[in-house]
Structure formats: C-alpha cells, structure tokens
Design a binder for this molecule. Sequence first.
Ligand code: ZN
Ligand code: ZN
Length: 350
Amino acid sequence: MKTVGYAAYSSDAHMKPFHFERRALRANDVAIEILYSGVCHSDLHTVNGDWGPQPYPLVPGHEIVGRVTDVGPEVTHYQVGDKVGVGCMVDSCQECDQCHDHEEQYCRHGMTPTYGAPDRIDGEITQGGYSKHIVVREEFVLRIPEGLDMSRAAPILCAGITTFSPLRTWDIGKGSRVGVIGLGGLGHMAVKLAVAMGAEVTVLSRSKKKEEEARSIGATGVLASTDEEAMTNAASSMDLIIDTVPVEHDVTPYTSLLDINGTLVIVGQVGPMKEFMTVPMIMGRRRIAGSLIGGIKQTQEVLDFCAEHDIHPICEIIRPDEINSAYDVMSKGDIAHRYVMDMTQMSDDA
Ligand SMILES: [Zn+2]
Ligand SMILES: [Zn+2]
C-alpha cells in the first residue's frame, strides 16, 4: 500500500515529505488510516540522533489515532470502520514471561518500537505515525472508546500510559500524595490522571510561574524548588514523585520531599543524570526508580479510564507541514500541551 508522511532524512535536517510503502496485510494485521498523530518529545530526541544512529529516512510518531480500513483473515477483534489507536510498540515475542504478564514493553527479546526498528518477520524498518496509513498486528492495536474526542486522544498513547503506569504500579488512589516534576506533555497528563484517581497532586517546578496552569488541571499548586523554606516545610510529604523532565537534571532537591518508603520515578530523561545524594534514600528507605510506557492491556485501561473520567490531553492541532516549527518550539523549552498533527490535511502528492 502506497502512503505518504513526513520523514527525517538525517540528524540535522528538517522533516520533509516522504513517499513509501506499507506492507501487504498479513493474516493477523490491521490496516489503519491515520487521522491524528501526536508529536512526542522522544520523536525529537530520536530524529536528532540523541539516542544513537537512526535508519533514515525515518518517519517518527507513536501516538496514532485512526480508523480501520482493512483486516487480515485471522483478525477477530477489529472491523473496518472501528476507531483505533497505536502507541509506542507494534510487536513483541508474545512468548516470554513479560509478554505473558501483559508487560510487552519489557519483552525479554525486545519489543518492536513503532518506528526505527526492524520488523520481526521481514526485517523492514518500522515507520511511525507521521503518515497517512499504518499496518499493525492486531495484538498491538488499541480501541478508542466512545467518549474520547479522536482529535485529542492520541497523546494518551504515549504521554498518558507513561504516567498512568507508575500511578498504578505504586497504587495511587484516594488520599495519596503525588508530586509531578515538570508540566509539559507528560506532566500535565500525570496531574490529570492522579487527580482523577483521588490523589492530592503538587506540581514541582523551578518557579511558581505555572501555578495557575497547575491549578486549572486540578493540582493543589506549585512547589518551587528554588524556595528553600517551602521545600523544607514540604519534607516527607509525598508518596510518589513522577519526574517527567526530559533532560539531564538534579533529583536530589526532590528526594527529601518523599515520605518514608516513597518513590521518585523517572519517566522523562533517558540517559545520564547528575549524581544524587544517598542520605535521604538510606534514612527513609526512599527509592529512585524508572518506568517505561506500559503494556498493551494497561494502555487500553488508560484509554478507557480517560473516557470514563472525561480526561483529554491539552492539544494544539497542527497541519503536517507545521511539524518543523513545532519541533523548533519543543526544542526551545517545555510546553504545557501536546502538538497533534491532523493527518487528513496531508495531501497525497505532498
Ligand atoms: Zn512518546
Ligand atoms: Zn516477550
């Protein structure tokens, strides 16, 4: 199947239109017309080569929402016309303990990311959601529930599941005290999800600049890490801190905010971090942990949870040809919304 999208042709060039083929349907494949594609900070890291060399031309995008246009003969869960999504993975071994445990993201043989990795069967490099069509095996297709606005659902498939999974891992619920470092794409979803679970949520930031924004999505307010008195007063006051900052930074100022047995979970920065002080860790059995997206079952759970609680990511819908300016804005600093490309605006002869 012929399709068109936006691809990076090298680590230093901007995205340009790219015509390519999607594979012919296998028996268990679902063909999807992509309507909306979220723009994740990790797309930017990947195309820039920050995480290693890439197979260019590379079509990023792992927050995909669309409609089923065709199904293979063995597909049982989806029909033509269904509203569906695809997140950060398109395959895994399906046989190891992690896959059996619905934790395909930790597949012992490595999950297949939605873009930039060889397909498990034919070795073709996977290409992501900045395109008009995609073909994905049924097990990695999600259902977009009624009640979610298609145009704003895409970021749930990465930013949503990435923050939902640690909230579930650490049993956040009514009365839990949660801190969220950073109020960008991931952070604002962390706040909305934790609030809906009944937690008391504080945004942690260098300044109180985002106080109003934080309150508007249900947080009690912003604790400024530069305000020493406020930080001292907040010592041992949180059960879980979700650290969404996507660049190297110092976690030490935040660890003392954790109560005994509390956890600071890193979901943003992939790579080196500054040294941290072990005293608060040892003196309070506190933990620094990491977490990667979530399994397919839990990704469906967060989609359903968002529909049930009327949670939508804050999105700015852009045309595909605005992707380069969106990248420019994203690389300059944190934005408290997610860019989502309306892929129906992409012309076939771009
Ligand atoms: Zn992502
Ligand atoms: Zn596996």
